[in-house]
Structure formats: structure tokens, C-alpha cells
Design a binder for this molecule. Structure first.
Ligand code: IPT
Length: 971
């Protein structure tokens, strides 16, 4: 244990592998040698500590045994070595390159063997102890802690071999005190990119070797705290909490706010305010032993499986979660505290209440933040063996007893490190590791050590070892049938609650269908919510590409931009998917018809009342607020509803489109957002829009090769529009193509129709326009065409019917599909080009951000303004984006367009074809025109890049359609 001075260094095992015994540990299935037993992690105590983060000397070798260990000896001259930052990954600091694969092992599968080509980074750091570092004579010892090293490290201090370890995202400690001197200490760490441990770390992410979390020296005074376990439960029937701190070293526990002062191991029951993710009440306390005072932040809460539900403090919870990988576009999985805080604040501000730490325990400071700000955490172990699926899971380490010690070591390192966090409510055994005895052993060990939390593992389809039925990417229909209890399954599973540990694949544009899932979650008690895949795009900042993804570093095997599937862009700017999710999971429901003068407010929190929120109303006429005020709403308890009277309708509302907007905002500054931050909102229409009417009074006049109709000038031969009121318009015609989204493209393993590939097979990206007739009538110009791809009989008979009342030019488009259309259309509308100087855009419709048929919950009806550039959503791999929904009218480049019915508006400085060709943001180069799409229909987005496609109601079927636009020149 840390206070002991005897290092327990076992010799490296002789495995009979081909590697020299000097580095035989690399291919040893054992978790390591020489490390101390795992224990609780805490950031600070009154015992001195020394961060060893900084600039370290670094040497990269091509194989594990290319160099001997002479570098570890004091006096070794490393002056000509490079330097790297620790924490950090050497491949992100100019030494070698990152590799991205989803589930394929980037080396031959022959466990536990790894390739001879095994990049190995020797790290050296020379440090002095601070002058006030306690003298050895004072007793106690010192521990050297590594919080994360990928994937295998051997450690020497002042020339003495301390041992070696695997388990990349887990802490490892060594006793070091007996080796330290006041100055000139030499810490040498040899890190191998590949090891037996790599077989257990096949998560869908970049392979990034290095010492990527903190390295710390911790003084352990005589009588210091060793390991301790804070048990803080809450009895919702009495309102009392029971605290018991078990400690390996006896001491006292004080909690001044509760008047608690008890011996370790002794329970005490007092009235408390419970901890929940919505009300994260923490009591500051201290654990004091003879040699150390450790600050405690205690949250009282009880997690249980009761009545077939996951309950906290007696109430079922609904997870509105995200899967979070650790990511920073420059430093990879080496995150600083501010980045972690930014993640937590962004989650809280977007109504997210839960995090699954996919697929490994995060930096421990992240859990401190989850305790403090309030997030439910599913803490997942650093375990995935997904690549074995390629061989029908043969030789899967989790079903091979030789690996069980390594699995148990990982389970223990996670549980012991994180057990004192109230935010952790569920332990997850890992991800995508198939099934096997090793997983059962982990579950049994965890239950025995910590019966106060629940156990999760998605791969356990019968829920033999787990407390919940968990799935990923199940369709809406299947989730609904599980909600109804119609899913069958084992007797045990039928009685368990259900969560979707992954759903809503946020790759590129999307996900679609979140609102539809949420409605289902809320309809059935058994469904306790889910975790969207995933929090952030793992794009790597890159001069060539903006953000790089798989394949950009010449990887032999890679999975492209499947690594960019987050609700945040790599720079943490929220994507429209996150804005949509925020709306879908808002904790207050605001409903009503608007017309009857009342609004129904429902508190959809699981615990909190509405006292933190203020409600505001406003009334809009044609998208502009004409009146606003505060709306008194009772402080409803969780789950309660009230009908609240709206003020009388503002006067003078006739003729205009009118409606209420009701918003719930923070009434005062919260820890995670300022006063006024919007939490929930709804719009309740009152009076309908009057659609534009244009009487066909003007006559088309054909002269000198042009046809003039009011402000419109057309080419006589083709009927093509050239100008409106002098504003040049190019190439106006029917348009059905969109640059397929990642969700349109779909994943290769999907058995359903994959739209992107099907659209290309149909030739929808190369439609030809045949001119059949230009008819100049008394009061209309009619242009008849057939739009169809080569090699197919399918086509769209398209008629453009132009009329005018002298000032306003109306285009009515009718489309009739011909032939066998078994694929839907990507979009249906017209497109045209405007001069490149077109920049400002104003519109009345949905905004401010993009929306698509199944991702439109967050679109607010109003008047919006933007530049063309700001309309673009910068997906890391360019694809269809930027449509604004329900647009009544839009103004751009001197033109005003009104729609009947409302339309989808898109404007960009490149065509859809260019967008489709681009592989990275930097491939998008503005052309000479601004291309505008006015769409009558858009196909849904869905989640098919990993899950189900759009629901049937969002599929844009090729059907007869009519829609119209009125063009005028703006003054
Ligand atoms: C699922 C994985 O659990 C996750 O890590 C990630 O790869 C995700 O898919 C896709 O981005 S596994 C999938 C085969 C359902």
C-alpha cells in the first residue's frame, strides 16, 4: 500500500513469445506488475503533491525492443531527443500518425500477439522535489500516479524498474518514496502503442498512444488515508440520509453543514437534501486520519431497481443522455479541466441529464464536475473487443479465462477510482465485447464490491449479468414494442427496465427522428430513455483539410468520417442536432391551441419543481413581436401540470398571421447558465397566414427573342427565366438532388434501402431536362418539360406556369412522376443562381438554424436574418445542410420570394453537385453565383449511418405535386 516502502516488483514473465523477454510483458495478458492496489481517486488533500506534467524528452522507436533500457539510468544524455507535452499523444505532436478504425483491429488478430512494428515512445523527465517536500525521516511514503497511458507502459525511477501496466484509461500507482532524492530525479517511461491490452481496447476511435493523462507524485504521510468508500444513501420516505465512510485507515468524518462528526465505519442518519442530477446538493466534509485530511463532497442518493424500474430516491428517472468520448481537436484524448467543464456546461445548457462515458472511464475530474453540476453517469469500463466479430467472436478474450485477471483488474480500477461519486449511478462492463465468462466475473465482482449501484452491459442480450435491458439503435417500432412488453426474451429480462445505450446517430446532418423516440420513451414507464451517439466529432485539426478524419493520415485500414458523428463539431460548436435534442428533451412541456387563451404547462422534471424558472409570453404578428410580458406559473412539483391563462389577445391582429410564444427561462443565475437562459419554449398559432394571391392580369409579350411578363424576362426559345425586375436569375429549373448526408448514405451493414446509393443508381444526381413546349398564352407563359436521368424510364413531367398581376411574377410548378419510382426523392423544388454579390438573407419562417422533416422541432417561427455563409452548417464531411423550414417568404440578392405553400429555403455559394464532391470543408470554394433552392419537399434524415432510416411519414415519395412561388424585386 502507498505508505509502505517496499516496492513489489515482480520480474517480467517469460511467456515463450517471440519477443525478447526484456519486453515480454507487452504480449502478456496479465494487467501488469509492480503497481499498487487500486483505490479511490481524489483531486487534493492536505498532503503535498507534485504534478509531473510538462515538456518531457522523447524518443520514438519502430519496435518494442529496438532500444535497451539504458535511457532509464540516471546520467543518460537525452539532450538530442525531441520534446513532447505530457499529457499528450506523440502522434499528435509530430511523431508518427494517428490511425482510425471503428471495430477492425489495425493489426493481425492473433491474441495476445502484436506486430513487430510497434511504435514505442521512450519518455524522460528530470525533476527536483520542492524545498518543502516532507523529509523521509518524517515517515510516510510517496506514490507515483499515472492517470492514463495508452496502451502499455514500463516505468523506472532513478534507474530502478518499478514495473509495468496496461489498461489505458485507468489509473496506475507505484510506491516511489524509497527512490526519491531532493533533486535530479529521473523518471523514465517506455510506452508501447500495441500490447496485449490493445485487444481489450478496440473502441471506435483514433488509436492514440502516449501518456495522455496526468502524472503526479503524491506524498503519503505516515497515517495517510489509503482507500475509502463513502456510502451516502437517502431514504425518500423519511427525508433522511445515512452516511458511512469506510476507510482502510481509521479516522473521523466531519460534515459541518449536517453537524456530523463520526468515526470512520460508523453510520450516522440525519435529515438531508438529496442529490439528484436536477438538484445536485453536495455537502462538504472531511475525512481525517492521523496523517491526512481529505475533502469530501457528499451527495446523498439511493439507486435501486424496484418495480422493474431504475429508481433514484424512490422515483423512476428518464435518461436524456449522450455518449461522451473524450475529445479535443488538437490534443486528442488529453483534455484540460476547462474543456471538461465546457462539456458539462454545454450538456446542462442543452437539457442533457445523463452521460454514458463511452467507452472507458473518463478523466476523473470530469466526474467531479458531474457531481457538482448534476448529471447521471453510466461509468463504463475500458473494455471493447469488437474486432473479434470478424471471426464470429472466436478467441474473444472475454470468454477465455486467461484474460479474466485483466478484466477484473479493469473493473476494479474503475470501481475503486470512481466509487465515491454520487453522479455514478450505473457501472457498465464495457462495450461491444460479445459475451463470455469474463464479463460475468466482472459483474459479480462489481456487485460484491458495490451493491449500491446497478450494472449495465448492452451485449448481454438476455440480461443475465445486468440490471437493465439495453440496446443500441433499435427502431422506433421495436422500442415501442419493448415499451409495451411485447419483446419476449428471458423471464428475467421481461421484468427489467429498458434503455437505449446508443441511438440517434449524429453523424453529419442529423440525427432525424429524435422527437419520435422521445414521444415513445415518455409513453411507457419501462422505457427509461437513452443516450444519443455521440457527443462530439473526433475531427483532428489539420492544415490541409480543416478537420481530418479516417484515411487522412494514409492509414492502411480506416473507417473514414465515421469518427465524426457528434452533436458538437470538433471545436465544440453545437451542431443543429444538439439544438434539436435540447428542444426534444426540454424538461417543461408547454402545450395548447393558442386560440382558447390558455396554455398547459407540465413539469417534466423527475425531481425539481419549477421554482428555478420564469415564464415569459410574447405575441407575434407575421413573425414580429408586438407585445410581451411575464406569465405567472405555479411552482409545479415534478410531474404536475397546470392550465395557465394567457393575456387577452393584443388588438389589431386582423389579416396577419399571429401566435403566442411561451418560454421558460432561468429566473436567476444557475451554476451552469446565466439568468434568462432558455430552457423550454413553444409556439401556439392563433390566426392563420394568408397565402399570396396573384391575379393573372398581365399578358406575356414575345419580341426580339425574349418574352416579357410583367417584371419577368424570359428567353423566348426555351422559356428560361432571365431577369426579374432587372435582377439576373440563372438556370431556374426543377431540382431533386441533394448531396447525400451520412445518414442518407447509410452504413454498409444496413439491410434496408440505403437512399444515397439508391439515388445514385437511379441517376438522380444527373437528371436531364427535356424541353417539350413553350406556350405563350393570353395571360400565362407555360413551359412544358420532362426531367429524367439517362438509362431509366422514370421521369418527372414538369410544367412551369408563369403568371403576373403587373408587378408580381408567379411561378406555379406541377410535377407528375412517370414510371416505376421505387426510390423516394432527395428533395423536390426549384433551384436558380443569383449573382455572387448576393449576401444578406432575410426570411420569415423557421429559424435560426437548419431543419429537416424529422429534425425540425427546434425551428422557431419568426423573422430571421443571415449572410449566405452563415446559413451553411459546416459538417466535417460536407453534405446537404442549411435548409430553413416553413419559409413564408425570403429575400436575397434583390429578390423577394413568397411561397404557397411554405417552402424549404437553402442558399449556398456552390451547387449541390459541388457539395457532393467535397470530402472536407476546405474543398468548398465559393463560385461566381449564389445557388438558391426553394423546396416543396425534403426527404427525412433518419439515423441510417448506424441505425434506422427516416420513419415512413418523413419519406419524400415521388408523387404528383403542385407548388408556387411569387417573385418580386425588393426595393
Ligand atoms: C456502435 C458502437 O458501440 C459505438 O462505439 C460506435 O461505433 C457506434 O456504433 C457507431 O458510431 S456499434 C454498431 C455496430 C451498432
Amino acid at each position: 500500500m502507498p505508505s509502505s516502502e517496499s516496492p513489489r516488483i515482480s520480474p517480467a514473465p517469460e511467456q515463450g513469445t517471440a519477443l525478447s523477454s526484456r519486453v515480454g510483458y507487452v504480449e502478456d495478458v496479465a494487467p501488469g506488475h509492480g503497481t499498487l492496489p487500486p483505490r479511490a481517486w481524489y483531486a487534493a488533500s492536505d498532503a503535498p503533491s507534485l504534478s509531473l506534467n510538462g515538456r518531457w524528452r522523447f524518443r520514438l522507436s519502430p519496435t518494442a525492443d529496438a532500444e535497451d533500457d539504458a535511457f532509464a539510468a540516471p546520467g543518460y544524455d537525452a539532450e538530442n531527443w525531441a520534446r513532447v507535452s505530457v499529457p499528450g499523444h506523440w502522434v499528435l505532436q509530430g511523431h508518427g500518425t494517428p490511425v482510425y478504425t471503428n471495430h477492425l483491429y489495425p493489426f493481425p488478430v492473433d491474441p495476445p500477439r502484436v506486430p513487430t512494428e510497434n511504435p514505442t515512445g521512450d519518455h524522460l523527465y528530470v525533476f527536483d522535489l520542492p524545498a518543502d517536500w516532507p523529509d523521509r525521516a518524517a515517515g510516510g511514503g510517496t506514490v507515483l500516479r499515472f492517470d492514463g497511458v495508452e496502451s502499455c507502459a514500463r516505468v523506472w525511477l532513478n534507474g530502478t524498474d518499478l514495473g509495468e501496466f496496461k489498461g489505458s484509461r485507468l489509473p496506475h500507482e507505484f510506491a516511489a518514496g524509497h527512490l526519491l532524492k531532493p533533486s535530479g530525479n529521473v523518471l523514465a517511461v517506455r510506452v508501447h502503442q500495441w500490447s496485449a491490452g490493445s485487444y481489450l481496447e478496440d473502441q471506435d476511435q483514433w488509436w492514440l498512444p502516449g501518456i495522455f493523462r496526468d502524472v503526479t507524485l503524491l506524498h503519503r504521510p505516515a497515517g495517510a488515508v489509503l482507500d475509502f468508500f463513502v456510502h451516502a444513501s437517502y431514504d425518500h420516505t423519511t427525508g433522511e440520509g445515512t452516511l458511512r465512510v469506510d476507510s482502510d485507515v481509521d479516522g473521523r468524518v466531519t460534515v459541518p453543514g449536517l453537524g456530523v462528526d463520526v468515526a470512520t465505519g460508523e453510520p450516522v442518519t440525519v435529515p438531508v437534501r438529496p442529490w439528484t442530477a436536477e438538484t445536485p446538493v453536495l455537502y462538504d466534509g472531511v475525512l481525517a486520519t492521523a496523517g491526512e485530511r481529505v475533502p469530501l463532497r457528499i451527495g446523498f442518493r439511493t439507486v435501486e431497481l424496484a418495480d422493474g424500474l431504475i429508481k433514484v430516491n424512490g422515483k423512476a428517472v428518464l435518461f436524456k443522455g449522450v455518449n461522451r468520448h473524450e475529445w479535443h481537436p488538437e490534443t486528442g484524448r488529453a483534455l484540460d479541466l476547462e474543456t471538461m467543464r465546457e462539456d458539462v456546461l454545454l450538456m446542462k445548457r442543452h437539457n442533457v441529464n445523463a452521460v454514458r462515458t463511452s467507452h472507458y472511464p473518463p478523466h476523473p475530474a470530469f466526474l467531479d464536475l458531474c457531481d457538482e453540476y448534476g448529471l447521471w453517469v453510466v461509468d463504463e469500463c475500458d473494455l471493447e473487443t469488437h474486432g473479434f466479430v470478424e471471426q464470429d467472436w472466436r478467441d474473444n478474450p472475454v470468454d477465455d479465462d486467461r484474460w479474466t485477471p485483466a478484466l477484473l483488474d479493469r473493473a476494479a480500477r474503475m470501481v475503486e477510482r470512481d466509487k465515491n461519486h454520487p453522479c455514478v449511478v450505473v457501472w457498465s462492463l464495457g462495450n461491444e465485447a460479445g459475451t463470455g465468462r469474463g464479463l460475468t466475473a466482472m459483474a459479480e465482482w462489481i456487485r460484491d464490491r458495490d451493491p449500491s449501484r446497478l450494472v449495465h452491459y448492452e451485449g448481454d442480450i438476455d440480461s443475465r449479468d445486468t440490471d437493465m435491458y439495453s440496446r443500441m439503435y433499435a427502431s422506433h417500432a421495436e422500442v415501442e414494442s419493448i415499451g409495451r412488453g411485447l419483446d419476449g426474451g428471458t423471464r428475467k429480462r421481461r421484468r427489467l427496465p429498458f434503455i437505449l445505450c446508443e441511438y440517434g446517430h449524429a453523424m453529419g446532418n442529423g440525427p432525424g427522428g429524435l422527437a419520435d423516440y422521445q414521444r415513445i420513451f415518455e409513453a411507457y414507464d419501462r422505457l427509461q430513455g437513452g443516450f444519443v451517439w455521440e457527443w462530439i466529432d473526433h475531427g483532428i485539426q489539420d492544415e490541409r483539410h480543416g478537420y481530418a478524419y479516417g484515411g487522412d493520415f494514409g492509414e492502411e485500414l480506416h473507417d473514414g468520417n465515421f469518427v465524426c458523428d457528434g452533436l458538437l463539431f470538433p471545436d465544440r460548436a453545437p451542431s443543429p442536432g444538439l439544438v434539436e435534442y435540447k428542444k426534444v428533451i426540454e424538461p417543461v412541456r408547454i402545450e395548447g391551441s393558442g386560440a382558447d387563451g390558455t396554455v398547459r404547462i407540465t413539469n417534466a422534471h423527475d425531481f425539481a419543481d419549477l421554482s428555478a424558472l420564469a415564464f415569459l409570453w410574447s405575441y407575434q404578428l407575421d413573425g414580429e413581436s408586438v407585445d410581451a410580458g411575464a406569465l405567472p406559473v405555479p411552482e409545479l412539483a415534478a410531474g404536475e401540470s397546470a392550465d395557465v391563462k394567457l393575456p387577452p389577445l393584443p388588438a389589431g391582429t386582423r389579416g396577419a398571421e399571429g401566435g403566442w410564444t411561451v418560454r421558460a427561462v432561468l429566473a436567476a443565475d444557475a451554476a451552469w447558465a446565466p439568468k434568462g437562459h432558455e430552457v423550454a419554449w413553444a409556439q401556439l398559432p392563433v390566426t392563420e397566414r394568408t397565402v399570396p394571391k396573384v391575379s393573372a392580369t398581365a399578358r406575356p409579350v414575345s419580341r426580339d427573342g425574349v418574352i416579357t411578363l410583367g417584371p419577368g424576362v424570359f428567353e423566348a426559345r426555351t422559356g428560361t427565366l432571365r431577369t426579374v425586375g432587372g435582377v439576373e436569375v440563372t438556370g431556374l429549373r426543377l431540382d431533386v438532388w441533394r448531396a447525400p448526408t451520412d445518414n442518407d448514405e447509410g452504413a454498409s451493414w444496413q439491410d434496408g434501402l440505403r437512399y444515397g446509393p439508391a439515388w445514385r443508381t437511379y441517376g438522380l444526381h444527373r437528371m436531364r431536362h427535356r424541353l417539350d413546349a413553350v406556350e405563350v398564352g393570353d395571360n400565362a407563359l407555360t413551359v412544358r418539360t420532362r426531367v429524367a436521368p439517362a438509362a431509366r424510364e422514370t421521369g418527372l413531367t414538369t410544367v412551369y406556369h408563369w403568371t403576373c398581376d403587373g408587378a408580381r411574377l408567379k411561378l406555379a410548378v406541377s410535377v407528375v412522376p412517370e414510371g416505376d419510382w421505387s426510390v423516394p426523392l432527395p428533395r423536390l423544388g426549384v433551384r436558380f443562381g443569383l449573382a455572387g454579390s448576393a449576401d444578406r438573407v432575410r426570411w420569415f419562417g423557421g429559424g435560426p438554424g437548419e431543419a429537416y422533416p424529422d429534425s425540425r422541432s427546434a425551428a422557431v417561427l419568426g423573422r430571421w436574418e443571415s449572410t449566405v455563409d452563415a446559413l451553411q452548417t459546416p459538417y466535417v464531411r460536407p453534405q446537404e445542410n442549411g435548409a430553413r423550414a416553413d419559409v413564408r417568404w425570403a429575400e436575397i440578392g434583390g429578390l423577394r420570394v413568397e411561397g404557397d405553400p411554405e417552402f424549404w429555403f437553402t442558399a449556398r455559394r456552390w451547387t449541390s453537385e459541388h457539395l457532393d464532391e467535397a470530402a472536407h470543408r476546405t474543398d468548398l470554394v465559393p463560385g461566381h453565383a449564389v445557388w438558391v433552392n426553394l423546396d416543396h419537399g425534403q426527404h427525412g434524415i433518419g439515423s441510417q449511418s448506424c441505425g434506422p432510416g427516416p420513419l415512413p411519414q418523413y419519406v419524400l415519395r415521388a408523387e404528383p405535386a403542385r407548388f408556387s412561388f411569387v417573385f418580386t424585386k425588393t426595393s
